[in-house]
Design a protein around this ligand. Structure first.
Ligand SMILES: NC(=O)c1ccc[n+]([C@@H]2O[C@H](COP(=O)([O-])OP(=O)(O)OC[C@H]3O[C@@H](n4cnc5c(N)ncnc54)[C@H](O)[C@@H]3O)[C@@H](O)[C@H]2O)c1
Length: 274
């Protein structure tokens, strides 16, 4: 994709799932990538499996995005290595589903701390480097849960709703510096974090409501991130691209037994009977 090769990126949550697919895609596009994750073993795996293929273009930083100093350290590492930061992909996130009346303050705070406050730290730290550069793209992994909510996930849904407002706010304020801020909103993606995709009972029921009839693959989300990062989307900012296989388009109905009153078909029936 245009404008990516030779540029530098940070990807959070790079060790697994969607973040790993994004990292792989950006390396394939010729970018230098700093992969950030809280799990050291996941980063070691990433380096072993991708580092050798893309010699010298992948480095990793173990960091918890809910800690501002960790995020700043990751950004410093990218700038020290590559002298600039062209793309920040704020992808890391956690979820949980638990009986809504029993969601504890601790549980609420952890999800908000990582997903919303952590994403704020990422977007702001990236912007602090990008503003003087007068150039940059920020892409956030949000979710359809920002507005098409799922049961017993008050904390997660609220965190993604907040991310949406953050993305729009940052896009509004940073556009004047040539910085674009967008998000991708997947519904259900096959990763370890989704407890639905491999559930033998519930997965088929869920898929009955998905026009494309399947769950997303992480690579399909990575394609959207690459597009939003590239010059191909140079006039898009503050937007969310929904990747849900059609899940949130509407609801299937049975066909009515009879034409509905007032319709042309009902009138035709009436004519025939006289
Ligand atoms: N899987 C889905 O169905 C789905 C749907 C919509 C949105 N999302 C979003 O996509 C993003 C990635 O999710 P995934 O499904 O790939 O999950 P995943 O668990 O497979 O990967 C998430 C990665 O983020 C890392 N991480 C978690 N907390 C972190 C922290 N505090 N600091 C740094 N790294 C941290 C984890 O170690 C892990 O490697 C999340 O923001 C999630 O909310 C996922």
């Amino acid at each position: 994709m245009a404008g990516l090769a030779g540029r530098s990126a940070i990807v959070t949550g790079a060790g697994n799932g969607i973040g790993r697919a994004i990292t792989e895609r950006l390396l394939h596009e010729g970018m230098n990538v700093v992969g950030v994750d809280v799990e050291r073993e996941a980063l070691d795996r990433l380096e072993t499996e991708l580092g050798s293929v893309h010699a010298g273009r992948l480095t990793t930083v173990q960091a918890d995005i809910s800690r501002r100093e960790d995020v700043d350290r990751a950004v410093r590492s990218c700038v020290e290595q590559h002298r600039r930061l062209d793309l920040f992909v704020a992808n890391a996130g956690i979820a949980d589903a638990e009986p809504c009346l029993r969601i504890s303050e601790e549980s609420w705070r952890r999800i908000i701390d990582v997903n919303l406050t952590g994403t704020f730290f990422c977007v702001q730290a990236a912007a602090r480097v990008m503003v003087p550069q007068r150039h940059g793209a920020i892409v956030v992994t949000s979710s359809t849960n920002a507005w098409f909510v799922e049961s017993n996930m008050w904390h997660y849904n609220a965190s993604k709703g907040g991310i949406d407002a953050l993305v729009r706010s940052a896009a509004l304020d940073l556009g004047q510096y040539g910085i674009r801020v967008n998000s991708v909103q997947p519904s259900m993606v096959r990763t370890r974090a989704s407890f639905v995709t491999d559930d033998p009972q519930f997965a088929p029921k869920y898929l009955e409501r998905v026009p494309l009839g399947r769950f997303a693959r992480p690579e399909e989300i990575a394609s959207i991130v690459a597009f939003l990062a590239s010059e191909e989307s140079s006039y898009i900012t503050g937007q969310a691209i929904v990747a849900d296989g059609g899940l949130t388009l509407g609801i299937y109905l049975p066909l009515p037994a009879e034409p509905l009153p007032g319709s042309a078909r009902a009138a035709q029936r009436h004519d025939i009977s006289h």
